[in-house]
Structure formats: structure tokens, C-alpha cells
Design a protein around this ligand. Structure first.
Ligand code: ASP
Length: 620
């Protein structure tokens, strides 16, 4: 493995850009730097304060954050503001851009409009990056993570929040590890969730709480296990990963309702306090009750105030003050609340319940009934909807049989066996167009987005085979469209290879987009043009390719089609917006080449296009 890596590295060192584009797997990550201790410095009064324009130049000096020699040799002109991590053991390199906010904030000073700003930035740059990291103060990180999980609808890529307890440039700091881990996870694992990476754990954002103000292990997710552990290996528990199961495109909902609040019960709480808390404009309240959701049932005046507010349209959700556990109606004291219309909030954290309320209440086109229904539903994995813990992975019949045949007995080995078997079985089912088999695998705990040894998922295979029904099934069950196989191919690339327009269109409608380097796209298009494969050009165009992309010599597909005299391709390219007047690095346009090659028909087509354009501009 290390040997392999060494060979790969030395090859790269002597290679030009073309080779590096071919050989390395690359991931691009956008870092939104909002503030927090991670980038703070001690000011003159001896306290930590955010400092602008300080983090990026300092990071560039640290080889583990920025491979200077690679950047100087390999980055294209337009990539010069990127930082580049050294090549990872997995053979992947993460390039990242840091967008620093102004002003940088201590997260205690953040408001809901800061959440919207982050969500808007993610939306603006969504297609350009494989993942997102938000550098954030730890104090309100759990709120921002929870809010973003709701604001980002139909999420297909990882959004990772991280920060630190000690600034990154101090001698002892947890900031370096946290930031590097966040970049690695964002660049390497297509987990379509808002996550918190902190202290070697990857946690679901809307399940986290800040649990310790001094520990490097500051965050916990008390009611579910970590999504991944960052040890010598990074082990993602894919069975825990939440998938939205929709074929709709990613979008954000950035307007949150601010008329929400948290009301924590305490023995002897006065009815006046409860009444004034529930006054308009309050629209939604998270009630933090005792134990399994209990409130005094011997205080009819308080229950009456609560009932009155609910009747006026205030939504009240009941969660527990305990760190772990969930609310249910086991006790009469809890049931009294539900009888009045309070919604049981299950095992949601206060942060998740509050931001979920804020999100649901801001949906102007939903009725109160619908909002109440949505509050009860598991929207982003924030609440336990089925007792996942009750299903033992070891119960799965198939895995059990194979485990027995191989004399496997420990839980760890059985889980490894499951991870090795299921993705391959799913790919096989996808290849043979067998949705029933896929459904059987899914219903026994299979993760439809898991990749096999080559990183290929059932969706890659179905797209390559042109099995539309399987693709539809997979998308409906939340299979991710952004996973790259070991050749950096997403399912969209496979659909292009099979030239299946229905699948291409469906994937694009779901939010799939081309992630390859533009030069690689240009090379594919130029070679299709040289072979006069119009159907290939059509497939690339349907997938969103710009027909005017150019290769290393700035030659476009039209240059190639003209110089190789491929009439059909020339016609198709011209009809679909290809320019005949762009110069390659030898200052040749496609038009000039048509004159040189002396192909009358091609020249006629270009001249006709040029005349039409002139007539169009003089008319307008
Ligand atoms: N007060 C800081 C903040 O939340 C604490 C931290 O970043 O750890 O911004």
C-alpha cells in the first residue's frame, strides 16, 4: 500500500498537469470561516478575539494544510487562491477554498440571520464543491448545525461544522486536528448530512450538544451513536446515515421564524411566567419538562394557559431536561400535556427542537395542521422514529448464513462481512434490473448508497446499464447521486457513457452535475467530435456540459470537428451554440481551419451561422 503510494507520488512528481488530472482523485471543499476560537488571537487586554485576514496566510505556511510545491506546479491560473492538502493515503487530494466572513464572530453573537448567510453561501457554491466545512465557534455550534440541517432541503453532500477549544495557531491546540479531520471527511465521504466533527468523532449535527466547556471532546450526541469514528481508520457507520429519499434538487429555505422560545420548567414555576412567555408574537415553544416528559398535573392553571395558547395557534413541543432519553406518555403527568395538544418531541435535543420549530413555522404555505404534523415527523434524522437499536444487524438472515459458513462469530467480523457483501449484491441486483432484490436487500438493512471495492454503487451500475426503473427506485429511496467511484466517476458519468437521455435528465433534475475538471470534459467532447459521435455529444450536453469547453491548447470540440472534417458533429455543435470564432493557442479559429481544410460544406455551415448572427444583431 505504502509502496503503491510511493510509486504514485514519484510518477506525479515528474508528470505534467495532464497526468496529474488523470491519476489523482481530487475533492474540492469550500470552507466558510464564520469565526470562533479556532481563529482567535489574544488581544491587548489578554482575552481571545477574532482577527480578520490572519488565518489564511498563516495556514499557507503549514505544510499539512498546504502543499506549497504542488500548488506552485500543478494549480491552474484560476485555481491560485486554493489551498491544497498533501496527498492522502487513500490517493485523494483535497483542494479547498476558504471564504472568510466579515466580521468574524464569536458564535455567542450569532443570530438566525447568520445561519441564513451560511445556507445562502452553500447554495450559491453547491455545484462547484464536493463538500463544505463551516469553521464556527463552539458555543452555539449545535444550534447552527441543527438549523442548517433543516434549512438545507434534499441535501446530497456533506456540510461539516467544526471549531476548537484552543486557537489553531497556539502551541497546544485541538484546532489543527479538528480542521484537518473536517476537510478529510468532507472530501472523502459523501455523507449527505450536516455533521459536527470534533474530538475524533463525526456526529449528526442536529443530535449534538456542547457538553463540556473545557474538554477537547466537547460535543456528544447523547441519543445516537457517532456517524463515524476518526481512528487510525475512518469507519463510517453507513447504516446510521440519514437519507432524504427524494428526487428533488437541493435547495435552501433561508427564512426562519424568530418567534420561538425555550421554556424550562422548574418546581414552583409561576403561572404568570408561563402566561407571559406564551404571549403573542410567540408562535412556537419548546417546553423542557422533567424526566420522560412530565409536568405538574396538579397545577390546572398552568395546563389551562398552555391549552389556551395552543388553541390560539401556538405550537408547543415537549422535550426532556435530561441529557439522554426521550419523552413518552408513560406517566399521568406527561399525558396531561398531550391531552392539551402538546406535541411529544421524542428524543430531540433542545437545539434541534427549537430550530425545527423555527423552520416549520416559517413555511408560510403550510397550515397549522400541516406544521403540527411536520413537527411530529422525522425530517432530518433529528428524532428517533423507529427503534433502530432494537434491530440487531446480526439478525440478518443472509449475513448470518455466510458468517456461519465462514466460521465468523464476532460482531466486528460480521459487520465487516456485511459491508463487503451488501454493496456487491446491490450492484449485481442493479445490473440485472432487479428492483425486487434491491428492496429485499434494503429492507434487511442494506445501504443503497454503499460502494463496492471500486467505489461503485448500485446507482452507478443502473445508470451504466440504462435501467431507468432501478434508477427511479434508488433515487426514491435516497441513494446519493454525488458518490464518485475510484475513477472519479459519478452515476451521471455512467449515464453519459450509456447515452441514456431519460436517466441523464432524471439525474440532472435530482441535482446531479458534472464534477470533472473542464479540461477532461473538453478531451471527451473533442474525441467524440473527432469520431463524429453526435449521440455522445448530445449526452454530454444533456448532462450540462458546455460545448465551448477547450483543451490544453484551447481547442474546442468545433476546432476538432472542423479539422477532422466531421460534418455531422460540426452541424450539431453549430446548432447548439458552439463558437466558430474562438482562437486556440495557435491563434486559429474553427472558421480559419475550415478555410484551410477546404471542406466546402463545413465552410458553408459556418458562414451561414455567422450571417445569421450578424442579421440577428443588426435586427435587434
Ligand atoms: N466563544 C467561542 C465561540 O463560540 C467559543 C469557541 O469557539 O470555542 O465562538
Amino acid at each position: 500500500m505504502e509502496n503503491d503510494l510511493f510509486q504514485r507520488r514519484s510518477k506525479l512528481a515528474t508528470a505534467g498537469v495532464a497526468e496529474s488530472v488523470e491519476q489523482e482523485q481530487e475533492a474540492k471543499v469550500l470552507v466558510l470561516y464564520s469565526g470562533g476560537t479556532i481563529g482567535m488571537r489574544t488581544n491587548q487586554s489578554g482575552v481571545y478575539e477574532p482577527e480578520s485576514n490572519f488565518m489564511i496566510p498563516e495556514l499557507k505556511k503549514l505544510p499539512i494544510f498546504h502543499d506549497k510545491s504542488y500548488a506552485e506546479k500543478q494549480l491552474m491560473e484560476e485555481e491560485k487562491d486554493l489551498l491544497v492538502m498533501p496527498l492522502m493515503r487513500s490517493g485523494r487530494r483535497v483542494k479547498y477554498h476558504i471564504k472568510e466572513y466579515n466580521p468574524l464572530l464569536d458564535s455567542s453573537n450569532m443570530t438566525m440571520s447568520d445561519w441564513s448567510k451560511i445556507a445562502n453561501d452553500i447554495s450559491t457554491y453547491y455545484d462547484e464543491y464536493d463538500g463544505f466545512v463551516v469553521l464556527h465557534g463552539t458555543d452555539t455550534m449545535a444550534y447552527t448545525a441543527s438549523a442548517l440541517s433543516f434549512m438545507c432541503e434534499n441535501l446530497g453532500k456533506p456540510i461539516i461544522l467544526t471549531g476548537s477549544q484552543i486557537p489553531i495557531f497556539e502551541v497546544r491546540s485541538d484546532g489543527r486536528d479538528n480542521f484537518l479531520s473536517a476537510l478529510v471527511v468532507a472530501g472523502q465521504f459523501c455523507i449527505p448530512e450536516v455533521l459536527v466533527v470534533f474530538g475524533n468523532k463525526v456526529l449528526r449535527g442536529n443530535r449534538t450538544i456542547k457538553n463540556d466547556s473545557g474538554s477537547f471532546d466537547a460535543f456528544i450526541s447523547p441519543n445516537i451513536a457517532s456517524i463515524a469514528e476518526l481512528e487510525t481508520d475512518i469507519t463510517v457507520d453507513w447504516s446510521l446515515v440519514f437519507r432524504s429519499g427524494t428526487t428533488e434538487k437541493f435547495r435552501i429555505h433561508s427564512e426562519m421564524c424568530t418567534n420561538v422560545g425555550l421554556l424550562r420548567l422548574f418546581p414552583g414555576i409561576s403561572v404568570q411566567l408561563v402566561r407571559s412567555f406564551l404571549q403573542p408574537p410567540m408562535q412556537g415553544v419548546v417546553l423542557q419538562s422533567y424526566g420522560a416528559g412530565n409536568a405538574p398535573d396538579n397545577r390546572p392553571e398552568i395546563l389551562k394557559v398552555i391549552e389556551g395558547a395552543i388553541n390560539l395557534g401556538v405550537i408547543i413541543v415537549n422535550i426532556t431536561q435530561c441529557t439522554r432519553g426521550f419523552v413518552d406518555a408513560t406517566y399521568a403527568t406527561g399525558k396531561a400535556l398531550y391531552d392539551k395538544g402538546v406535541i411529544p418531541g421524542g428524543d430531540m435535543t433542545a437545539e434541534a427542537a427549537l430550530t425545527k420549530l423555527s423552520y416549520v413555522l416559517s413555511k408560510d404555505d403550510w397550515s397549522i395542521k400541516q406544521k403540527t404534523k411536520m413537527m411530529k415527523r422525522n425530517l432530518r434524522g433529528e428524532v428517533r422514529s423507529i427503534h433502530i437499536e432494537d434491530i440487531s444487524l446480526l439478525d440478518f438472515e443472509l449475513i448470518d448464513c455466510v458468517a456461519k459458513a465462514l466460521s465468523i462469530s464476532t460482531k466486528e467480523e460480521t459487520l465487516k462481512l456485511r459491508d463487503a457483501l451488501y454493496p456487491n449484491l446491490m450492484c449485481a441486483a442493479a445490473k440485472s434490473n432487479d428492483t425486487e432484490a434491491l428492496e429485499r436487500l434494503r429492507s434487511t438493512g442494506g445501504n443503497l448508497s454503499a460502494g463496492n471495492q471500486d467505489g461503485r454503487t448500485a446507482l452507478h451500475v443502473a445508470a451504466r446499464e440504462g435501467h431507468l426503473a432501478v434508477v427511479q427506485y434508488l433515487l426514491h429511496h435516497g441513494a446519493t447521486i454525488h458518490t464518485k467511484d475510484q475513477h472519479d466517476h459519478t452515476p451521471l458519468n455512467d449515464a453519459i457513457i450509456s447515452k441514456d437521455h431519460q436517466i441523464i435528465t432524471l439525474l440532472v433534475r435530482t441535482g446531479a452535475h458534472l464534477t470533472m475538471h473542464p479540461i477532461r470534459i473538453a478531451m471527451e467532447l473533442c474525441s467524440a467530435a473527432a469520431r463524429d459521435e453526435v449521440s455522445t455529444l448530445q449526452a454530454w450536453r444533456a448532462a450540462g456540459a458546455d460545448l465551448n469547453v477547450s483543451d490544453y491548447d484551447k481547442r474546442t470540440p468545433l476546432h476538432v470537428a472542423v479539422s477532422t472534417k466531421k460534418l455531422n458533429s460540426v452541424r450539431y455543435l453549430l446548432e447548439n451554440g458552439a463558437r466558430w470564432d474562438t482562437e486556440d493557442i495557435f491563434e486559429n479559429t474553427a472558421e480559419m481551419q475550415a478555410k484551410k481544410t477546404g471542406c466546402e460544406e463545413i465552410l458553408k455551415l459556418i458562414e451561414q451561422k455567422s450571417r445569421e448572427e450578424k442579421a440577428g444583431t443588426s435586427n435587434s
